[in-house]
Ligand binder design. Structure first.
Ligand SMILES: C[S@@+](CC[C@H](N)C(=O)[O-])C[C@H]1O[C@@H](n2cnc3c(N)ncnc32)[C@H](O)[C@@H]1O
Length: 344
């Protein structure tokens, strides 16, 4: 047998074969990164390399299992075995540190738990169109988070992790100068609003989200008098009278009927001449890779009818809410700003 003999069955391309194996076993990688994040391994290594027994004792793990986890992760470039049985951070592992400015630790913690278990039922969602989370847990994800504050805390942190670069991209691409009062609808802990207000000294802003989400939010001293926090339910009402309503990753959580309720409340509440700004991963035509095409499946799994939408789907949805799509402003990140005004 020659040294070049393919490792895959006759006639198939070994590169494609290995590629599909790596993709099909992607769930292993999700769990490996999740466990590293849960154990706080990157934080433990922040001061430099450590021997695996010492690390295992520090993070409550069994030394051989931890060694095998780190060896596997190091094979993917996450951590490295710097000397025998000693591990250190790599640039990818740095992103799992809690104190990194682009930390993805909470995001990795979120993906490996209720999201992961729900994705196990993707087949159910594809067969029936029903959200797998609801199928497994018997209620919507936001109702479940209300009863599971420890997981909700991780979800809120994960939203922050996921958002940080997107926020900078929105600030770079969208001109907020013509706005006086901005409401961030479903704004979570207020990261985006705080950045917009910090960047644009003329603006006033209201953070609006569920009461238990905004309860811990403290307005920074520098924004006092310009930033308000309002707890409520966007299926009942939104704060009235603002000239811009920003919804980042809100519309993608809901089916068209629910979106029309939220957008209808905004349409009634907004000041004359006001605008609606949806920050979403707008799905392009064609087969090219685009992160929103996978995020869309996460919406299929985790929500009841949420989805990423195409430009035509946004135009139609907004039109049915009495709004008119003005333009879609791309940003350096995969999110765009979908801008709409009241229909004439
Ligand atoms: C996917 S997260 C997006 C958070 C934030 N805009 C971001 O992009 O990071 C959805 C947000 O909608 C909020 N939310 C869900 N149901 C709500 C309701 N009925 N009223 C107000 N906010 C709600 C959640 O608490 C959560 O903060």
């Amino acid at each position: 047998m020659s040294a070049e003999a393919p490792r895959s069955p006759a006639g198939s391309d070994p590169v494609l074969f290995d590629r599909l194996i790596a993709m099909a076993s992607g769930a292993w990688v999700t769990q490996m990164i999740h466990v590293a994040a849960e154990l706080g391994l990157a934080d433990q290594l922040a001061g430099g390399e450590r021997e695996v027994n010492d690390l295992a004792a520090a993070c409550g793990a069994e030394a051989d299992g931890l060694f095998r986890l780190l060896r596997g992760l190091a094979s993917l470039g996450i951590f490295q075995e710097s000397s025998p049985r000693h591990f250190a951070l790599t640039p990818l592992a740095e992103l799992l540190r809690s104190d990194h400015p682009q930390s993805l630790r909470q995001f990795a913690r979120m993906l490996g738990d209720e999201h992961y278990l729900s994705w196990n039922d993707l087949l159910h969602s594809v067969r029936t169109g029903e959200g797998a989370f609801h199928h497994r847990y018997g209620e919507s994800v936001f109702a479940w988070y209300q009863k599971n504050p420890r997981r909700a805390e991780i979800f809120d942190g994960a939203m922050g992790d996921f958002s940080r670069l997107q926020i900078e991209a929105v600030l770079a691409a969208y001109d907020f100068s013509g706005i006086d009062h901005l409401v961030d609808v479903g704004g979570g802990r207020g990261l985006l609003l705080q950045r917009v207000l910090t960047q644009h000294g003329h603006l006033r802003g209201t953070l609006f989200d569920q009461p238990q989400v905004v309860a811990p939010v403290v307005v920074p001293a520098a924004l006092e008098g310009r930033m308000q926090v309002h707890g409520g339910d966007f299926f009942r009402e939104v704060p009235a009278g603002a000239d811009a309503y920003l919804l980042k990753h809100i519309i993608h959580d809901w089916n068209d009927g629910a979106c029309l309720t939220i957008l209808g409340h905004i349409r009634s509440a907004m000041a004359p001449g006001g605008r609606v700004l949806l920050v979403e991963q707008v799905i392009p035509e064609g087969n090219d890779p685009f992160p929103g095409k996978l995020l869309d499946l996460n919406m299929l799994v985790m929500t009841e009818g949420g989805r990423e939408r195409t430009p035509a789907e946004y135009a139609s949805l907004l039109g049915r809410a009495g709004l008119e799509l003005q333009r879609i402003v791309p940003t350096p990140a995969p999110v765009s700003v979908v801008e709409a005004v009241a229909a004439g």
